[in-house]
Write a protein that binds this ligand. Structure first.
Ligand SMILES: Nc1ncnc2c1ncn2[C@@H]1O[C@H](COP(=O)(O)OP(=O)(O)O)[C@@H](O)[C@H]1O
Ligand SMILES: [Mg+2]
Length: 327
């Protein structure tokens, strides 16, 4: 399948008064055309920084993209000037955030806000843009007559639908959704996810779905990348990640999904904390929390190894397994 977006060796740091935050470390990631790729990891793993790098909205200072490429089509997004990136943002690639209010203007009716984005990128007159905005509202399940209402007149789930309507208004090739349903309650969450799935089919949008929840991945994604302390530690198809789990961290994340059918509703988060991104260890970043850790793990940094097909893992155990296979 053709790559729509290819991130190569991306490194992003924040230079603060307290020290340097290694937020994203040598990340490689590919989003294929028509796919939904899940990027999963706990708070502080670097997911939002990764997403903002693609949009080129990392606050600078303190943030800086220190290395790598983000190839879209035949261009490196990181090489584009401000005018070029503005024509990509919102039109080719758009992003939605966890908190819908951060994307909405409280004093402008929602229909006008959607129309405004359409007018920036499309050659339409005011009336046409507004009509298209109303059609977008209908598309996300909000009746067009509500176009003149203000954001505060909508519930949380409805506000996120408006944000999705804005993001999809110019039919972008790529939608980056940064924990789009985390702030919503579970029923509404399911509705919004289902709507995103439908829209993806309708528009052929490829989605980069950022979440800390493997349950969301199971519902939405074909491919998955697991992120830990600014690195990808495992990636592959949904099948690879769920049924052929290779990284101990992924194993831990899977253990934290409530298994309703087993009457086991309490989450079992992984003991311990992610290392401080200002002081990353020399060895494996997960070593301290890993029940399989050996001496080598704290001394050497494990490289990414290919297991099979497109299933990659950053763990010495996988290497051992392969050597045993050979023996
Ligand atoms: N503007 C900023 N200034 C300093 N540090 C930041 C800034 N934004 C993010 N970070 C740090 O970068 C790391 C990754 O954060 P983030 O990308 O938001 O992770 P995630 O989205 O996975 O929770 C964290 O340690 C966070 O504190
Ligand atoms: Mg985040």
């Amino acid at each position: 399948m053709k790559n729509l977006l290819e991130i190569q060796d991306l490194t992003v740091r924040f230079h603060t008064e307290d020290g340097t935050v290694n937020a994203v470390n040598h990340v490689d990631l590919r989003l294929e055309d028509g796919m939904t790729l899940g990027v999963v990891g706990e708070t502080g793993a670097g997911k939002t920084t990764l997403a903002k790098s693609i949009m080129r909205i990392i606050p600078h200072p303190p943030g800086k993209i220190e290395g790598g490429k983000i190839i879209y089509g035949d261009r490196d997004l990181l090489e584009m000037d401000d005018t070029e990136i503005r024509s990509v943002r919102g039109k080719e690639i758009s992003m939605i955030f966890q908190d819908p209010m951060s994307a909405l203007n409280p004093v402008i009716p929602v229909g006008e806000q959607i129309a405004e984005v359409i007018s920036i990128h499309e050659n339409l007159d005011k009336k046409q843009a507004y009509e298209r905005a109303c059609a977008m509202l209908e598309m996300v399940g909000i009746p067009a007559f509500r176009a003149h209402e203000y954001p505060h007149q909508f519930s949380g789930g409805m506000k996120q639908r408006v944000v999705i309507a804005i993001a999809l208004a110019c039919s972008p090739r790529i939608l980056i959704a940064d924990e789009p349903t985390t702030a919503l309650d579970v029923t509404i969450q399911a509705q919004v996810l289902e709507m995103m799935r439908d829209l993806k089919e309708k528009f052929g949008t490829s989605i980069l779905m950022i979440t800390h929840d493997l349950g969301v991945v199971a519902q939405m994604c074909q491919k998955v990348a697991i992120m830990y302390a600014g690195e990808i530690v495992e990636s592959g198809t949904v099948y690879d990640i769920f049924d052929r789990t290779a990284h101990p961290y992924t194993e831990g994340l899977l253990g934290a999904i409530p298994k309703v059918h087993l009457q086991e509703r309490r989450l079992r988060p992984i003991d311990g904390l992610m290392p401080d991104p200002m002081e990353l260890p020399a060895g494996c970043a997960f070593c301290e929390r890993c029940k399989y850790a050996q001496e080598r793990c704290s001394a050497e940094h494990p490289p990414m190894v290919l297991l099979e097909g497109e299933h990659y893992v950053r763990c010495f155990r996988a290497e051992q397994g392969r050597e045993e296979d050979k023996a």
